[in-house]
Design a protein around this ligand. Sequence first.
Ligand code: FEO
Length: 385
Amino acid sequence: MIKFSDDIIYVGVNDRKIDLFEGMYSVPNGVAYNSYVIVDEKIAVMDSVDKCFGEEWLGKVESALNGRNPDYLVVLHMEPDHSANIARFMEKYPNAKIVGNSKTFVMVEEFFGKDFADRRVTVNDGDKLVLGKHALKFIFAPMVHWPEVMTAYEESEKVLFSADAFGKFGANDAEEEWDAEARRYYIGIVGKYGMQVQALLKKLSVYDIRVICPLHGPVLASDLSHYLDLYNKWSSYQPETEGVMIAYTSVYGHTKSAAETLAGMLKDKGITVALYDLAREDKALCVSEAFRYSKLVLATTTYNADIFPAMREFIDCLVERNYQNRTVAFIENGSWSPIAANKMKAKFEKSKNLNFAQNSVKIRSALNGESLNNLSLLAEELGNS
Ligand code: FEO
């Protein structure tokens, strides 16, 4: 239990036991499920935590209540990492009401098999819940990250309860910089919904926000423009860093050698380069790095008359997250019938605002004079574009 203002108490938990977040994202430093209690004439508990931590969370809530009973459980997001303990909470506090919107309550019934019909407070976008000197104004944020998501702005302390927005991977006691794990979290989980995040940022722009309380990661209480700027870039699909990401797969090392050679040529020109082996690096990290840089080189082999699987999956992850506003170049390798470059390009067929490099490099098994020359032409093009 951490008190970060006189009346707002942190009652979240750190999950260091989780293997994969959402069943797919590696989280070497765990993840935090944040929950907060606002103490006033009425008491509101803001969201719950994952089911594995129900007991710990209820204990923290009880301490924060200091002998009083809660009036509301405010449900900003129904994904089970935050909502799993709703039924337990409602059993423990029979006079409490659930605050949600019409979409929230459909999911409450789906997950818990009961509708809490007589214990609901249904809010609309822009509604206010007065607790005393504190008041929560609800600002809906559909598809950031699920359709029922809403945020809540507490007016007296200028605190935004932002749901999944501005969250990151990593337990709150992990020592790591915010940007990389917030980028990996955002691009992986919400990256597809840039338009909806832009809509939320626009709505939030009229509020004087001093503190952001997300459902994952640390409470953000200073330098908020840094986080807001990054969210604006990410959600508008603008590159964050001028430079080239080279993403490759390599069966016997020859494609890797081409990727490394290109990296060296680009570095010699003073260009920032990030080199990733897609078969060995964390997938979500690779995807987030592609969104970070302004240019992307994809180097792979033809495999089963198609694209090498790790590269195919990588491109799918980019396309489904609306990858755009970047320059993309291709390097293909094949000992016979190399077709990966055309196959890769075809996967971006429906993507918007991509500039494909004029120079594409074909390697027959191993680099030779001709392919080396073509690599240097590609380096030249990427340096000039
Ligand atoms: Fe952290 Fe969308 O749940």
